[in-house]
Write a new protein. Sequence first.
Length: 285
Amino acid sequence: MMKKFHKTVAIFATVAALTSGCNSREGYKQLAEVGNKYSQAVDQLLITAGSIKIDKTSEEILNKKIRNNYVSNADYQDISQPAKERLKLLNELRNHNRLLEAYFSKLQELASSNAPNEAKTAIAGIADNLNSSGASLQRIKSVNVVSPIATIILDSQINGALKEELKQRKEAIVKELTIQEELLKFLSEDIQGDVERIQELQEQRLVIQPLTQLQPIPDEEQWIAERSNILTMNIKIEALVRASNTLKEFKQTFQDSLEGKTSVTHLNSVLKDIDSFLMLVATIK
């Protein structure tokens, strides 16, 4: 279920280090660690959201076959459609996140380069594509983006080309982060509903149905293990639901870094939350 994810936040962490009051080498290391682990958490949520939707529709197809002894092609396509729509949303959300990664990478160049003109040209195109991707996400799934986005007062330590860019687009980037935040909140809630349905169908198919048959259960230990796994599925999935809160922390960290408010203590707290998230999500098969 795990795949390598673009290190959007890891790159942002470097930018944050360059633009905030965190001036120690250890502080930069901590920022990078938060970014790397955060990217893993988001990746796991997006991949798992797709897998769970597919599993739910697979269970519904099997359930229809068990009840009716027959599933038509039209029935199959109709039941499969929600999974296809969800994968479309997830693919665009990944594209959106890759564009955020590219944007933050160019911010890093603006912060460290003595010749930023090339980065300035590239960043304008990336920002336009990011805006288009955000609009695509909103067409696929209606997103409640609070408007207007609160004005961000840039830290006086930010200067040069970086300051010029952030002054122009900082609220627009926060809007894109808000789109992601709202979509991850929606996905978290949707996952819960899907898991409840999977539980219901699997309990009937794998736990109750074997009990109603006249023949003995072939493997009683497997039956016990399957029942335990099904009944504890909700507990395991709670880890994924926490992902939207993690993203909210990231958006706030982005805003705080622009205003010179980022602290290592806060980053340690975020890192602890992400570590907890990763430990819990690792239990999901």
